[in-house]
Design a protein around this ligand. Structure first.
Ligand code: ADP
Ligand code: MG
Length: 967
């Protein structure tokens, strides 16, 4: 099967492919020759009859770092140096010859380095005949009694064989005898003096089981493949001594059975070993002559000696060869002496010689490659193309590897050290070759005639000659023969004595008697012939009957065998299928189980899915219900809160309005107080609560218009707060001494409802703080902070609620002093009680009139007024306020100051600040806060720790680094 696909020309299907699939590996044998000289270095050792070991020679070992290399190779059989040619033949070639006789092809080649004994093994020497003469000898020993007459078999020049009839064969024989002076087939071994001692008679061997009912003929051809050209060594060319013609190369062709053959190659029919060897010798001589003439080396060519054995069954009589071409069987044995396996370097070839060497190596390389590819195809099941066509040798042997036959190789080894490396290569190739398998040849079908025809025919012939001899033998009474008896049964002859010249009776009577006898004899012969013929026909009939019966039996046997084979095959197939089905059943079982498990899984998962879906549905509906409920609650709450907010806003608005109104009133009163300072001898009176309620009659300020400004913080920042501080300043002993009382303190005191007298002596911070504690919450807060808009405003400290109170009355158009006269002039009012703080935050007003107490003179000269007022803030620090105002001329001719701005300069004690800061480190519950996470570093770490989506507060998230915590 595999063979069919391999590298075959796909033109047509092979007509006769062996139906068997039995294969045999290529038989590889190894033969070691003895060393040329005893003292030479030997690098091989035969370990067993199947193993040979190679040792690297000393020189090489040194080259390989002293590494001692030993390699072993195993072959079918290894022959040591003492092996005789006969022993080798018995093992290697004899089976091939047996096969040849039994219509099977064989190929035997010797492979090795030049001088390793290839030619010795194949050809041998006188007294030491090689495989070739021994094979020839065995063939003739086996078939010589059954050889066909010359020219009965005739090659058809297409690698086939024809059977000629006796007449044509006879004519051809006569022609041959007349043409050549070749003596008749010798019967003695005196043909070739060289051959005489090749094989000793006692070594002669014979094949067994030769079909006696066949006729045989041996044909030999001898070719040489040199430089990839094929030369016919047996071709008869007229020799021209003047101008010798160079030999013509031959081509390879494929016959109808896809077998390769050398087209037009001479095939010589040989009738004996001697004759065959003589032909071989002739070829050898021609080869030698050609080599000398063309200056070639024989070791570089491959020589192929082909022995063809034609055999055909005898006819039914066992007398002649059956005149049927289809019944002719041709088998061949190729004996190949390959060229030496040399590397190009070793051949020391130059020029064309180098090319030759290359070609030799090329063809051996191709052989190697083919074997390798074959092996790979067979071992790996690949279908690579085997490059048979790359060289003539491989192309010629293609059928052996591709088709069927027995292939054997003898690897010759020369143990000498020089050859070591090449021998290694040879061994490797040879070992590998063993792995290639070749189809075993099948037995040829036997012809339809009964066996033993030749013997019967022989016996018949013998009997006939004996009888004929008997009939013509002496007739004496002692041994009455059939003839004598026959004679005796005739009537006796009358007396034949003649009485006288006139005796006319005796002679006629004798004539008559003799005529009678003759007639009887004639009749008897006729009778005899008739009977004999009848008998013969009966016998023939019986014979043919028997034959047909035998045929039938044979046929039936064949059929039986086929059927048996079929049954066996089917049984095997059934076994295989049963095994397979069992396996499949087992697999199905497993799969069923797995399916069940999966099914269950699926079911449970589905159930779970369903329940989850249900739950989800429930939850969804619950959620929807919840949502709608929440929606209701939310709208309710929203409405409620909206209402609440509205209510609260309204309340707050009312409250604010009230507050504003109160404040306005207070301011009015304050204004009145300030204005009252002008009136003669009137002590400044503490405004009473009652007074508060009464709108100040003296006030010229308009009544508060709260609504548009209430709560509107944006308008607050845009509006400059204006305070009326209308005052006619004049020297007055009742006026509180400047320095002992400030305007601001006066205002605040008044606000708090504290008597002025008490206030005078209690200006110490603790006091004021104590007082502040007793105040209503809103006021206390105001005291602790800047009363007015502060310059360094901390966003956190802006009290919008309070600044809201700054919404003063709309600006009244006042008569303003011209500023063009020479810039602003300031009245710098610094009460003497002020403490020199010595800080950089000192108001430095150039071009100012500095006063301790305000006086009209100073005011009249200036248009700006500033009062530096100091007070102790809630935190105990001194706070300087710059109360600024603009000076106006009043209608009455006095001066009025309208306060426009209060600037607070606050001095902070760094210690107090740090203390303060520390106080902030305590948590709302008074406990010190955990760690120090308020510092920047910690905050950063906290910030990093916070993750998106995390709903945990910093307190949870703060992992802090313990080492950073303050102890
Ligand atoms: P190759 O053909 O391989 O080049 P040869 O067959 O010509 O080598 O052998 C070279 C020489 O070695 C020949 O003289 C041959 O007689 C001798 N020789 C080879 N093999 C043996 C052997 N097994 N026994 C004795 N002599 C041998
Ligand atoms: Mg040789």
């Amino acid at each position: 099967m595999i063979r069919q696909a391999k590298g075959k020309t796909p033109r047509r299907p092979p007509p006769k492919k062996p139906s068997n699939n039995q294969k045999d590996p290529v038989g590889v044998y190894c033969r070691a020759r003895p060393l040329g000289e005893e003292d030479e270095e030997c690098c091989i050792e035969v370990i067993s009859n199947t193993t040979i070991q190679l040792h690297a020679p000393d020189g090489l070992k040194a080259n390989r770092n002293g590494e001692f290399k030993e390699t072993q190779y195993s072959f079918k059989k290894v022959f040591g140096i003492k092996t005789t040619q006969m022993e080798l033949f018995e093992d290697v070639a004899k089976p091939l010859v047996e096969d040849l006789i039994h219509c099977k092809n064989g190929l035997l080649f010797t492979y090795g380095v030049t001088g390793s004994g290839k030619t010795y093994t194949m050809t041998g020497s006188p007294g030491q005949g090689g495989l070739l003469p021994r094979s020839l000898d065995m063939i003739f020993n086996s078939i010589s009694p059954y050889q066909a007459k010359r020219y009965v078999f005739k090659p058809d020049d297409k690698n086939g064989m024809e059977v000629q009839n006796q007449v044509d064969a006879l004519l051809d024989r006569q022609k041959r005898e007349s043409q050549t002076s070749v003596p008749k087939t010798p019967t003695t071994r005196r043909f070739d003096p060289e051959f005489a001692d090749m094989i000793s008679p006692e070594e002669a061997c014979k094949a067994s089981g030769v079909d006696e009912d066949s006729s045989y003929s041996v044909f030999v051809s001898y070719i040489e493949i040199y430089n990839n050209y094929i030369y016919d060594l047996l071709e008869e060319t007229p020799f021209d001594p003047i101008k010798p013609k160079p030999p013509q190369s031959k081509i390879l062709r494929e016959d109808q059975n896809h077998n390769m053959y050398v087209a037009g190659c001479t095939e010589v029919e040989v009738k004996s070993t001697e004759e065959a060897f003589e032909v071989f010798w002739r070829g050898q001589k021609k080869r030698r002559i050609a080599n000398t003439q063309l200056n070639r080396e024989s070791s570089r060519s491959h020589s192929v000696f082909i022995i063809k054995l034609a055999q055909a069954p005898l006819d039914a009589d066992g007398d002649n060869v059956l005149q049927d071409k289809s019944q002719v069987n041709v088998s061949q044995l190729c004996l190949v002496d390959l060229a030496g396996s040399e590397r190009t370097s070793r051949t020391r070839a130059e020029g064309s010689r180098l090319r030759e060497a290359g070609n030799i190596n090329q063809s051996l390389m191709t052989l190697r490659t083919c074997i390798e590819v074959l092996r790979e195809n067979q071992m790996c099941g690949t279908n690579k193309m085997v490059p048979y066509r790359d060289s003539k040798v491989t192309h010629l042997f293609k059928n052996y590897f591709d088709g069927e036959g027995k292939v054997r190789m003898v690897v010759c080894v020369n143990p000498k050290a020089d050859d070591y490396e090449e021998t290694l290569l040879v061994m490797r190739f040879a070992e590998m070759t063993q792995e290639v398998e070749v189809a075993r040849p099948v037995d040829r079908p036997i012809c339809g005639f009964a066996a033993g025809r030749r013997q019967r025919n022989q016996a018949f012939k013998e009997e006939l000659t004996r009888r004929l001899e008997d009939r013509g033998g002496p007739v004496d009474g002692d041994s009455p023969t059939v003839l004598n008896q026959l004679l005796q049964s005739f009537p006796p002859l009358p007396p034949c004595e003649i009485s006288g010249p006139n005796d006319n009776v005796t002679l006629p009577r004798l004539i008559e008697a003799l005529e009678k006898r003759h007639k009887v004899r004639q009749m008897m012969v006729e009778e005899y012939n008739k009977t004999a013929n009848m008998l013969k026909s009966v016998l023939q009939e019986q014979d043919s009957n028997l034959l047909s019966k035998e045929n039938f039996i044979q046929e039936q046997r064949g059929r039986l065998g086929e059927k048996d084979k079929m049954i066996q095959n089917q049984k095997n197939e059934i076994d295989r299928l049963e095994k397979k089905s069992k396996m499949l059943e087992y697999k199905i079982d497993i799969l069923q189980k797995t399916t069940n498990i999966y099914e269950e899984d699926k079911r449970s998962l589905q159930q779970e899915l369903e329940s989850r879906e249900q739950r989800l549905q429930r939850e969804m509906s619950e959620k929807r219900r919840m949502e709608s409920r929440m929606q209701g609650i939310v709208t309710d709450a929203k409405l409620k809160w909206e209402k609440e907010c509205e209510r609260r806003v309204n309340a707050k608005q009312l409250e604010m309005q009230n507050k504003l109104w109160v404040k306005d009133e207070k301011l009015k009163q304050l204004k009145a107080i300030v204005t009252e300072g002008k009136t003669e001898n009137q002590q400044p009176k503490r405004p009473s609560r009652e007074k508060d309620k009464v709108p100040a009659k003296r006030s010229a300020s308009p009544s508060p218009v709260p609504s548009p400004y209430n709560g509107s913080q944006s308008s607050l920042s845009s509006l400059e707060p204006i305070y009326y501080f209308s005052q006619t300043i004049r020297p007055d002993p009742h006026f509180p001494r400047p320095g002992s009382v400030s305007v601001a303190s006066c205002i605040s005191e008044w606000e708090q409802g504290v008597p002025y007298s008490r206030r005078q002596g209690s200006q110490s911070p603790p006091d004021s703080r104590k007082r502040a504690q007793g105040l209503p919450d809103s006021l206390r807060r105001r005291r602790g902070r800047c009363w007015a808009r502060e310059v360094p405003v901390q966003p956190a400290e802006v009290d919008l609620e309070e600044t809201g109170h700054w919404t003063g009355p709309p600006v009244r158009p006042l008569h303003r002093r011209s500023h063009s006269a020479g810039g602003e002039r300031w009245v710098d009012h610094k009460p003497t009680t002020n403490v020199d703080l010595d800080t950089v935050l000192q108001p430095n007003i150039p071009n100012a009139i500095k006063v301790n107490a305000p006086n009209e003179k100073a005011l009249s000269k200036c248009d700006k007024y500033v009062l530096t007022h100091q007070e102790v803030a809630s935190d105990g620090e001194i706070q300087t306020k710059l109360i600024k105002g603009e000076v106006f001329k009043t209608r009455g001719g006095g001066q009025a100051v309208q306060f426009t701005d209060i600037e607070t300069l606050k001095q902070e004690n760094p210690l107090a600040a740090s203390r303060k800061r520390r106080s902030s480190e305590t948590g709302p519950d008074g406990e010190p806060m955990e760690g120090n996470w308020t510092d920047v570093e910690t905050r950063c770490s906290v910030a990093l720790e916070m993750r998106a989506g995390s709903n945990l507060g910093p307190g949870y998230q703060h992992h802090g680094y313990p080492k950073r915590r303050k102890p």
